[in-house]
Design a binder for this molecule. Structure first.
Ligand code: NI
Length: 248
């Protein structure tokens, strides 16, 4: 059930049965020459809505404005400062926990969200009177989804504008053609050093990665692969959410 399409008495009745809610988080940033600006939000929202449907859970509106500072030199990117996003997530947690949503499942689609979300969880856990638990998962970390994307794309999955996320948006929205040539291949050391979207200054980032792809060969994507990735991630997200609810 989508929170935005429910009435408050319906939410109150739900809370008598379940303390759980799924909160998708994405981004609004360039995703290379053939990836959509809303890729991370589109992926996380679709997965969260379908997993919620499967698990009988409420899904909150997607949080699509998040930190993406390193992509600001590409038009269309909108970035929150990390502290703004941390404050926003804190307020969302405080709102929900205060009403009895004491099992909050964050389904994430953007690496740079992880550190600010963890900071918000840390502070909210310290400050708030309500006892609540938060589980934070990025969809590409679900084991079967991760294995599938690696089997489909290997090293060309890369870091940004990944063929897996582009494939999912092709299944959900539309496919853009182009960028047939592979991007610069990145070393394992580079990938490790920049995990969690730890990139530098926006102008430097565009100079270093002129078309926006960071080691990802987006053009390997197809809508059929996107449907398979989406189905796998939804199944794993629903199962993980249900396991989270069962934990004390
Ligand atoms: Ni992305």
């Amino acid at each position: 059930m989508k929170l935005a399409e429910m009435t408050w008495p319906e939410v109150e009745a739900y809370l008598r049965e379940s303390p759980g809610i799924i909160l998708p988080t994405g981004s609004t940033e360039q995703h290379g020459p053939i990836g959509l600006i809303g890729t991370d939000a589109i992926c996380a929202q679709a997965m969260a809505e379908r997993a919620a449907e499967a698990a009988g859970a409420i899904v909150a509106p997607v949080q699509a404005l998040t930190p993406a500072q390193f992509n600001l030199a590409f038009p269309g990117t909108i970035s929150l400062r990390a502290r703004t996003f941390t404050a926003l997530v804190y307020d969302v947690l405080a709102s929900l926990a205060g009403q009895g949503f004491t099992r909050i499942y964050i389904l994430n689609g953007h690496g740079a969200n992880l550190a600010p979300i963890r900071a918000a969880i840390h502070d909210a856990t310290q400050d708030l009177d309500a006892a609540f638990a938060v589980r934070l998962r990025s969809w590409w970390d679900y084991p079967e989804t991760d294995a599938l994307r690696r089997s489909l794309y290997g090293e060309w999955e890369g870091m940004h504008a990944t063929p897996s996320e582009v494939a999912i948006t092709q299944a959900l929205v539309r496919a853009v053609t182009g960028a047939e040539a592979p991007p610069e291949a990145l070393s394992a050391d580079y990938l490790k050093a920049h995990a969690g979207d730890l990139h530098g200054d926006a102008a430097d980032h565009r100079r270093r990665f002129p078309d926006g792809r960071v080691g990802s060969h987006s053009a390997l994507a197809s809508p059929e692969q996107g449907r398979a990735l989406l189905d796998t991630a939804v199944r794993e997200a629903a199962a993980d959410y249900e396991a989270f609810l069962k934990e004390a």
